[in-house]
Design a protein around this ligand. Sequence first.
Ligand SMILES: C[S@@+](CC[C@H](N)C(=O)[O-])C[C@H]1O[C@@H](n2cnc3c(N)ncnc32)[C@H](O)[C@@H]1O
Length: 198
Amino acid sequence: MKRFTLVLALVAGATASAQGITTGQSVQVPEPPELTTPAPEVPYVPTPEDAVEGMLKLAGVKPGDVVYDLGSGDGRIVISAVKNHGAMRAVGVDINPERIAEANTNARRAGVQDKVEFRQGDLFDADIGEATVVTLYLLPSVNERLKPKLLSELKPGTRIVSHGFDMGDWKPEQQVQEGGRTLYLWVVPERGGAGAPR
Ligand SMILES: C[S@@+](CC[C@H](N)C(=O)[O-])C[C@H]1O[C@@H](n2cnc3c(N)ncnc32)[C@H](O)[C@@H]1O
């Protein structure tokens, strides 16, 4: 089978590497016979447990919240949101079917399968309007492209927490360190209100 070099075109450079995601790697992979799932825009790198707890604490997750993790990996943020922070429900979206299967297994093991849902798909197409909290561990370029969707589809007051990467010119309300990771918090403003980013 023909082989080709896939260069992960993730240009976040040293910042991404410092936050646990390595970029610019060259990997030899066999050419797939047919692409049935779009390639992930961000490699799978799980958030360490202390940073997971830090993210949910920074977001102030509480009973009644509906938490969405966009690019949910093995489901650890979604599972902890309902198990340790009392969220009413939590939803994970991931493009990789293996991650979805793994997350469902982990949710069953944690006994929270009734309160969580894992949806396979592109996070840019996800219906996120019901979220009261959104968590992200993506890349600066992906955060930047996601910003208009977050601002137009989330209700004012929804909290957004990102592990590792900011949102360009939309300045965070808080920035904290947890387990060597930088965590950022934004609150979705009223549409067109003073200070609303574009
Ligand atoms: C850095 S991992 C973060 C996993 C998890 N949120 C955590 O913090 O432990 C990024 C995840 O995003 C997923 N992903 C990448 N591009 C995506 C896309 N366009 N839509 C949905 N998921 C995506 C990957 O499959 C991977 O599981």
